[in-house]
Design a protein around this ligand. Structure first.
Ligand code: NAP
Ligand code: ZN
Ligand code: ZN
Length: 413
């Protein structure tokens, strides 16, 4: 075990170029405040940084190592506080970094779960946003993948360990050391990550996606989370011609699920709480549309689907949805309610069913999804809002009153 002390972060820098997540340090009691605030939300990155380090010493060190640039952002300072305009620091460009001028940032329900503290501790002030699209403004000296002026996007991750089996397989979202999420996480520089509700972001080129010509930046932004979160399980579980599948919840994720599943050639049904969005659902590509508020729906659809993907942000009676699967069917849950999912054992046993989960997608797969969407002319259905409408938009998403993704125009910052 390497000794933990106020300068170990610097030592790690010297050894490997970046603080290593794998260099064990002796955990010791640390100062209240800076470190303590982040303890519970921390991923492996933080856990392996020096816990003894004096907060000021670390941040001064970071400032020395990495000159900052000030950019405008919208942040919330508490789980009940409204968003406010603020200034945040982005690191100066390292050799592999890309500075992106963000044009649009989608509002994902995950932003809301996080900002409202529904999933646990939050690093406040919080700048959410992991669906951003914009243009490359500057590149580091070693950047080969992007040039100034390129149209690019950033999704839910801005880094990962790059060394574990899952990273090496291109599944960075399942990084065994924990991916560095775009916000509410600790970056490799030891600083909290801050997301896309901002005019600019600095991201390593390996976590930047190219937005193909033919998709406008505003409708591309939600693809970076909502698009890939549905594309990945639909591909993994083989959605295509001959598959009968259902998408539960016609919100941000769900509407992309309908579009992508339809483009893949599957027979698509929507299971929504009511029939109020039926016309939209059919326009987006649904062959069938059902209201789950009507108990007759569950009887009518017994043993009907090969695959069900639930995008619902609240806890569902899983056994009722499992009853709609055929023998060997799979229910993939991508929604992330804060309460646990509860499943009677018999509801899985009776038809050899699988209950699965899926998290976003890897970088390669995200690019594949963007290319797929461009080929098929798919983008998100959006309502563009200004920065002062974020709080109202949050309430509307929670009320299922979104058609189908709010996208913040950063020109209004
Ligand atoms: P969203 O736009 O709010 O869509 C969720 C939809 O679920 C709503 O539009 C609504 O559809 C349905 N719904 C909401 N409350 C419901 C309830 N009480 N009972 C039944 N249905 C309900 O949210 P989103 O941005 O698509 O995100 C959905 C969930 O996925 C969130 O929990 C989010 O955190 C999670 N997520 C997971 C991943 C991942 O990688 N797995 C990635 C992104 C987001 P209807 O009106 O049609 O019923
Ligand atoms: Zn998201
Ligand atoms: Zn990894």
């Amino acid at each position: 075990m390497a000794p933990a002390c106020g300068v170990c972060v610097e030592a790690l820098y010297n050894r490997k170029g970046l603080p290593s997540a794998y260099e064990p340090v002796t955990p010791v009691d640390h100062a209240e405040g800076w470190n303590k605030q982040r303890k519970k939300t921390a991923t492996g990155w933080y856990d392996n940084l020096c816990r003894a380090a004096d907060p000021d010493q670390v941040s001064n060190h970071m400032r020395r190592q990495q000159p900052m640039r000030s950019v405008t952002a919208y942040a919330t300072s508490d789980r009940k506080a409204p968003f406010h305009k603020t200034t945040i620091q982005r690191r100066d460009l390292g050799p592999g970094d890309v500075l992106i001028k963000i044009a649009f940032a989608g509002i994902c329900h995950t932003d809301i779960h996080t900002a409202r503290g529904e999933w646990g501790d939050v690093i406040f002030p919080l700048v959410p946003g992991h669906e951003m699209a914009g243009v490359v403004e500057e590149i580091g000296a070693g950047v080969t993948k992007y040039a100034v002026g390129d149209r690019v996007g950033v999704g839910c991750m801005v880094d990962s360990c790059r060394e574990c089996d899952n990273c090496l397989a291109g599944e960075q979202q399942y990084c065994l050391n924990g991916p560095v999420y775009t916000y509410n996480c600790i970056g490799k520089d030891g600083r909290p990550t801050e997301g896309g509700y901002s005019t600019h972001i600095v991201v390593d080129q390996d976590f930047v996606l190219a937005i193909p010509a033919g998709i406008d930046l505003d409708v591309a932004a939600p693809l970076l989370c909502a698009g890939v979160t549905l594309y990945s399980p639909l591909k993994h579980w083989g959605a295509g011609p001959g598959t009968s599948l259902a998408i539960v919840g016609l919100g941000g994720l769900g509407h992309m699920g309908v579009k992508i599943a339809h483009a893949l050639g599957a027979e698509v049904s929507v299971l929504s709480q009511s029939l109020s969005k039926q016309a939209d659902g059919r326009r987006l590509g649904a062959d069938n549309y059902y209201a789950t508020a009507d108990p007759a729906t569950f009887k009518q659809l017994k043993h009907r689907f090969d695959l069900i993907v639930s995008t619902v942000s609240a806890t569902l009676p899983m056994h009722s949805y499992l009853s709609m699967l055929r023998l060997d069917g799979t229910l993939v849950n991508v929604g992330a309610p804060s309460d646990p999912l509860s499943v009677p054992a018999s509801s899985l046993m009776d038809k050899r069913l699988r209950l699965a989960g899926s998290s976003i997608g890897g970088i390669r797969e995200t690019q594949e999804m963007l290319n797929f969407c461009a080929e098929h002319g798919l983008g998100a259905e959006i309502e563009v809002i200004s920065a002062d409408q974020i709080d109202v938009a949050y309430d509307r998403v929670v009320d299922s009153d979104v058609r189908y993704r709010f996208v913040i125009n950063t020109a209004t910052f």
